[in-house]
Design a protein around this ligand. Structure first.
Ligand SMILES: [Fe+2]
Length: 268
């Protein structure tokens, strides 16, 4: 991991790490990826063209052997000294969760960890957004990147540095610099979730396999936030807002929600 980060990365709370997993672990997961996806019913969580198998206590038995062998090792990076330092630096002085980095790190350790094996198909795309306020950290690891094109993770910073002004799904005009992370096998991206950690999955053509992970606090909100977090737009409406800002402004949220629901029902 780098100590001297280029300007965007030093301001955006994320780590981009090549060879994220030990090669041996990556190889095992790559071989078993489809097998893991087949163990349990998948869930789209309302996202079009994406299916996930969440590792939970309930379905853990289905792949206990695999979990013990490799999935449990996914979180070795938490013990990485560079990661700890980076996390502390990102939070220092600008996050009200805690002023003491050791305390932050302890809190991270008590979070619920959510791991999903995910497959996104052609057409998968989401708008720039910030995750739920109970999320502390989220990230992904890319697999089998030769099977698709697109599927980049795009990161963005808002123009407004006042977090209370940041919408969960913003207009594109509210964003400043963006940075694209292109998929590479075993590349990991870890994002510290804050009210300004905007990110989106770019359009994919082909089958995109990735492991998604998140650390969720049992506390409802980890940071002060804009009112939009209390009643989030769904991703379809969010994409509309970002692609057609003038029409969105003109019609208003409620009408756009009704129109996109009707368009989805008619299969458009
Ligand atoms: Fe997200």
């Amino acid at each position: 991991m780098q100590d001297d980060l280029p300007p965007f990365k030093s301001r955006y709370p994320a780590l981009v790490v090549e060879s994220f997993l030990d090669q041996e672990l990556y190889n095992k997961l790559e071989v078993h990826f489809k097998e893991i996806l087949s163990f349990s019913p998948t869930n789209s969580f309302g996202q079009a063209h994406r299916e996930n198998v969440i590792v939970t206590e309930r379905n853990l038995e289905n792949y206990r052997g695999l979990f013990d062998e490799c999935v449990g090792d996914l979180f070795r990076f938490l013990d990485d000294e560079h990661f700890k330092k980076y996390l502390a630096r990102q939070l220092a002085g600008r996050d009200k969760r805690a002023s003491d980095s050791d305390k932050i790190y302890e809190e991270l350790r008590t979070c619920d960890v959510e791991v999903a094996f995910a497959v996104a198909g052609s057409g998968y795309e989401n708008p720039f957004h910030v995750d739920t306020a109970k999320r502390f950290i989220h990230g992904l690891i890319y697999f089998k990147t030769h099977n698709y094109t697109g599927g980049e993770l795009e990161l963005a910073l808002p123009k407004n540095q006042d977090w209370s002004e940041c919408d969960q799904i913003p207009f594109l005009s509210a964003l400043d610099e963006t940075h694209i992370v292109a998929p590479i096998d075993n590349l990991g991206v870890v994002v510290l979730s804050t009210p300004n950690s905007y990110h989106r999955g770019c359009k994919t053509e082909g089958e995109r396999l990735f492991v998604y992970f998140a650390y969720n606090s049992s506390r409802i909100g980890l940071w002060r936030k804009n009112a939009s977090f209390a009643n989030p737009l769904n991703f379809t409406v969010g994409r509309f807002k970002q692609k057609h800002p003038l029409i969105f402004g003109l019609l208003g949220r409620r009408i756009v929600e009704r129109l996109t629901r009707a368009a989805q029902r008619s299969g458009r």
